[in-house]
Design a protein around this ligand. Structure first.
Ligand SMILES: Nc1ncnc2c1ncn2[C@@H]1O[C@H](COP(=O)(O)OP(=O)(O)OP(=O)(O)O)[C@@H](O)[C@H]1O
Ligand SMILES: [Mg+2]
Length: 257
């Protein structure tokens, strides 16, 4: 499934807030069909990088190409409709709604360009709704959350809430999936479940994945290539095995208290 064609190309991206440089001249690419990990100590700039890719932050310099198109200044909702979906480090769900409604809402919010058509033509609108519903049901089955489809998500255990959040990204049928620490705060069993879903998404649904993750063992196991950030700088980029022996990487991690 991996290919040599570049799906996402981050070119010389710099981001600062006031006087604080958060990303310094960062470049890396993501090939179609790969699992690309971004690692680095706390505060390295990993989430900020994801925020730039998904349009939440605008870098002051550099550009980001998705499938050959410059998306650096494209607003978040348009990015989603171009085929990039993400999950958040801190769960972002409608806690008062059911699993099903959370997934339906995600689908509606990001596909609202169809809403005008819906208002004008009742027939197509109904078909569109059926199609939304089918996709949502497909993802519910895929993530094995049918038993909690009617459950209010705020009351669910953490691991399941993270899975619903993953579902909210998947219903957008993205080509590129950005996952910000999908396993953080999970127990061993929940982690194993999530790792399996990530691999299944990759293999069965064909998504290209960018994964921020602190668990090195897991990164080594499932990623094709790794970018390492430290204090807003890219300090290494390569195969997981190469990272284990990279002096800069070892230093960055040993240097962390
Ligand atoms: N909106 C913002 N305004 C000001 N500073 C910010 C903003 N977003 C991020 N930063 C700063 O940028 C730096 C990098 O933060 P970021 O969240 O990207 O790191 P991270 O690598 O994801 O860390 P962690 O592993 O803890 O999640 C931090 O010093 C943070 O305080
Ligand atoms: Mg982060």
């Amino acid at each position: 499934m991996k290919s040599d064609s570049v799906l996402l190309d981050v070119q010389n991206v710099s981001l600062h807030f006031g006087g604080t440089a958060v990303l310094n001249d960062i470049s890396f690419d993501v090939r179609e069909g790969e699992i690309r990990a971004i690692i680095g100590p706390n505060g390295a700039g990993k989430t900020s990088m994801l925020n730039c890719i998904s349009g939440f932050y605008r870098p002051q310099a550099g550009r980001i190409l998705f499938n050959g198109h410059d998306v650096t200044r494209v607003p978040t909702h348009k990015i989603a409709s171009l085929g990039i979906a993400r999950t958040f480090q801190n769960i972002a769900l409608y806690t008062g709604l059911s699993t099903l409604d959370n997934l339906m809402a995600a689908r509606h919010i990001h596909m609202k360009q169809n809403m005008l058509a819906s208002m004008i033509y009742w027939g197509p609108a109904q078909q569109e709704e059926v199609r939304h519903r089918q996709m949502v049901e497909e993802i519910i089955d895929f993530l094995e959350i049918a038993h909690i489809r009617r459950a209010v998500v705020g009351a669910l255990p953490y691991g399941l809430r993270k899975r619903v959040e993953l579902g909210r990204a998947l219903v957008l049928e993205p080509r590129l999936l950005l996952l910000d620490e999908p396993m953080a705060g999970m127990n061993v069993e929940e982690k194993e479940d999530m790792a399996r879903f990530i691999l299944d998404i990759h293999e069965q649904r064909g998504n290209t994945i960018v994964l921020i993750e602190h668990d090195m063992g897991l990164v080594m196991d499932i990623s094709d290539r790794v970018v390492v950030l430290d204090f807003g700088l890219k300090i290494a980029d390569g195969l997981p095995d190469e990272m284990k022996h990279d002096q800069n990487v070892i230093q960055a991690y040993l240097g962390e208290a």
